[in-house]
Write a protein that binds this ligand. Structure first.
Ligand code: GEK
Length: 242
């Protein structure tokens, strides 16, 4: 189970919507690190913030876990006893690899790796729910319902850690952020062709919201506190508390 360099969009290809298949799972750590500015910092801090809010006898869910980077960061920071870690992803290629990665990295801690659609998941007794870069892939019509079910599954004082690519209402600002994000990907070795082909593949699949939309939806879902704790170009991390 070796991680490889992301060359998926390096050659001209027919336009196909982006999918979390075996080819993506194989290169995923390289892909996300080179595509999301601040990814490693955000994941490390997710571990710290989650550990701070963990309660004994509760659950921590990592929804859209991919290869378990957030779960791993949490496990490394967690000092609270008797916390059940649950990593959920609906792509079989991701959850199979995730189980292997976590078994190898955390030989002394059992993590429940579940292959399921997070829209169908029953969430309960949670002190922390992590939703890192995943709400953006959920049908916009299903987003409020998912957040309401997360809210209902959280214990009093529990937190949702939500990270997303964000959009901007001001077209000039959107253009500037997109240009800086493109520059970031170029600096990480992606060619113009790779960037434009990946953008086209993601166009109908990754649908970012503005921060105002996120804040309003989190409030509507019943979260009392919404705090932006991370921002790097067009990527943001929010903490929402019951
Ligand atoms: C990380 N959090 O490393 N149900 C379950 N999983 C889903 C669903 C769904 N309905 N839709 C998409 N996914 C990770 C990165 S990646 C972000 C998350 C990215 C899963 C999908 O299979 C993929 O593994 C993940 O959400 C999104 O911080 O690739 O930009």
């Amino acid at each position: 189970m070796t991680a490889s360099e992301d060359k998926l969009f390096a050659r001209p290809r027919h336009l196909v919507d982006f999918a979390f298949d075996e080819a993506v799972a194989r290169v995923f750590p390289d892909m996300i690190r080179r595509s999301v500015p601040g990814y490693e910092t955000l994941i490390g801090l997710t571990g710290l913030l989650a550990a701070e809010h963990a309660r004994p006898g509760s659950r921590i869910y990592d929804l859209g876990a991919s290869l378990g980077a957030s779960t791993l960061a949490i496990a490394r920071c967690l000092a609270t006893p008797d916390v059940q870690l649950i990593a959920v992803d609906n792509a079989p290629a991701m959850s199979e690899r995730c189980a292997g990665v976590l078994r190898e990295a955390l030989p002394d801690r059992a993590v429940d790796v579940v292959c399921a659609d997070i829209r169908d998941l029953h969430i309960e007794n949670a002190s922390v729910v992590v939703l890192n870069f995943t709400l953006q892939f959920i049908d916009p019509d299903d987003r409020l319902d998912l957040l309401q079910r997360i809210r209902a599954g959280l214990l009093p004082g529990g937190v949702l850690l939500l990270a997303e690519k964000v959009a901007f209402a001001d077209p000039q600002r959107q253009q500037r952020m997109t240009a800086w994000h493109t520059a970031f990907k170029k600096a990480n070795g992606y060619s113009e062709l790779e960037i434009s082909q990946k953008r086209a593949a993601l166009e109908k699949v990754l649908l970012p919201d503005t921060l105002d939309t996120h804040r309003a939806r989190l409030r509507e879902a019943g979260f009392r506190v919404v705090d932006e704790w991370f921002r790097c170009l067009n990527f943001a991390g929010l903490l929402a508390q019951c």
